[in-house]
Design a binder for this molecule. Structure first.
Ligand code: GLV
Ligand code: MN
Ligand code: MN
Length: 412
């Protein structure tokens, strides 16, 4: 099989997609179901149509682009990732797996390869938790780990429900219909930038992911009476922001006490109400992200945070409410899919290393319904979720070549 990757074209497409954003380049902001996200979807959909793939979109906007195999009734081999981007992100997170996955399929078509199983590109809705607080919304629904009540339950910061927003974006039908039937996928492979420094530091071309760390996230709301910044004396205050500041430090302390550098937590959202310099904060909204490759240790940190919240509420006389948005188990990747990627690396002379993904991905949920594994490409300085995120066109093309090889093996 003579597979060649059109590196310049892929690079051009990645840059074109990066310009579909709410902020000036090189930063990218493309939050789910905003006009930028919808334009990004149109861009990808048209490329898939140009490639001759059959398109289908489900009720939450997950896109499926299929190259039918000679035995279309067999479970398909799927690849893909996401195109939504957190505020002030870079241009490679997710998009490399979508446009790279598409290029892998186009390269196989060009080579004359005839798959027995269909090969399908998946573009997942809202891998990023920015708008609705929960990451991997599309893949959770595909895997059936989220019930249809999420459509009403999940609200953005303006109070719009997921159902309202998706229907306005043109995605109708019950969310219960998103779940994939058992045995839909023969295998799932996700190409992604590493988002960490290991491959670059060790000068290894590609990473084959064997496990994905377990993510959890919390929303915390803190309320106090507020009041005038001059008139209310310090002993009479129940400042919601000072309670929030203590919470952020307690989160850090809980993580540092885990005894492992694999435990991490971040208080990444802090909204202060009313947000006036001469008004004591009366309401604060925090969002906290906690992860570990070891679920037991991660859950112990969650319990410590919970105890700290109760103590802070009492000491500061503030009301504190916590909602656990998600607390997912880690994923183990599948040996057969790992082996297909390993053979792909060998065939193309690519140096590889087995590694763990500390970031989460749609593969975390796809692994619940299909044998799954991931392929990582190095990124400069390990930088991600920042505008200066960068992977070279050569490194991306190399990953796409190995992906194409693995897809072909699994679809044969
Ligand atoms: C995914 O974007 C993550 O935060 O790991
Ligand atoms: Mn991301
Ligand atoms: Mn991603």
């Amino acid at each position: 099989m003579n597979v060649s990757i059109h590196q310049d074209r892929l690079n051009r497409e990645l840059h074109e997609l990066a310009l579909i954003s709410d902020v000036p380049a090189p930063a990218v902001t493309r939050v789910v179901f905003t006009p930028a996200d919808l334009r990004g979807r149109t861009f990808v959909r048209e490329l898939c149509q140009d490639a001759g793939l059959q398109i289908r979109e489900d009720a939450v906007g997950n896109l499926f682009a299929r190259w039918a195999g000679s035995k279309p009734e067999l479970p398909a081999v799927a690849t893909g990732s996401h195109i939504d981007a957190i505020p002030n992100a870079g241009m490679f997170d997710g998009t490399v797996g979508v446009l790279g996955g598409l290029e892998a399929i186009r390269a196989l078509v060009r080579s004359g390869f005839q798959p027995r199983r269909s090969i399908e590109l998946l573009v997942f809705t809202a891998e990023e938790p920015t708008r609705f607080g929960v990451g991997c919304l599309g893949s959770r629904l595909l895997a059936g780990t989220l019930d249809a009540s999420g459509g009403e339950r999940f609200k953005d910061r303006d109070g719009n429900s997921l159902d309202e927003v998706r229907i306005k974006a043109g995605f109708h039908g019950p969310l219960s219909g998103v779940r994939l039937p058992a045995g839909y996928c023969h295998a799932f492979l996700e190409l992604h930038i590493e988002q960490g420094p290991v491959l670059e530091q060790q000068q290894i071309g590609l990473g084959i992911v064997t496990a994905i760390a377990a993510p959890a996230s919390l929303r915390v709301s803190i309320e106090g009476p507020g009041g005038h910044a001059g008139a209310v004396l310090m002993p009479q205050r129940h400042d919601a922001f000072l309670a929030a500041a203590e919470i952020a430090l307690a989160v850090e302390a809980a993580v540092l006490s885990s005894g492992s550098e694999d435990t991490v937590a971040t208080t990444g959202v802090c909204e202060v109400f009313p947000g006036a310099v001469n008004s004591i904060p009366s309401r604060v909204h925090l969002e906290i992200d906690v992860r570990d490759i070891d679920q037991t240790r991660r859950d112990e940190v969650l319990r410590k945070i919970d105890r700290a919240l109760a103590a802070i509420a009492l000491r500061r006389g503030t009301a504190i409410q916590t909602e656990i948005i998600n607390a997912d188990p880690p994923a183990r990747c599948d040996q057969l899919v790992i082996e297909a990627l390993r053979r792909g690396c060998q065939i193309h002379g690519a140096a590889y290393e087995f590694m763990i993904s500390r970031a989460y991905h749609d593969s975390l949920f796809m692994s619940l319904i299909a044998p799954a594994a991931m392929l990582f490409i190095p990124c400069r300085g390990g930088v991600s979720h920042r505008p200066d995120e960068y992977s070279s066109p050569e490194a991306i093309a190399h990953g796409v070549l190995v992906l194409a090889e693995a897809l072909a093996q699994l679809a044969e």
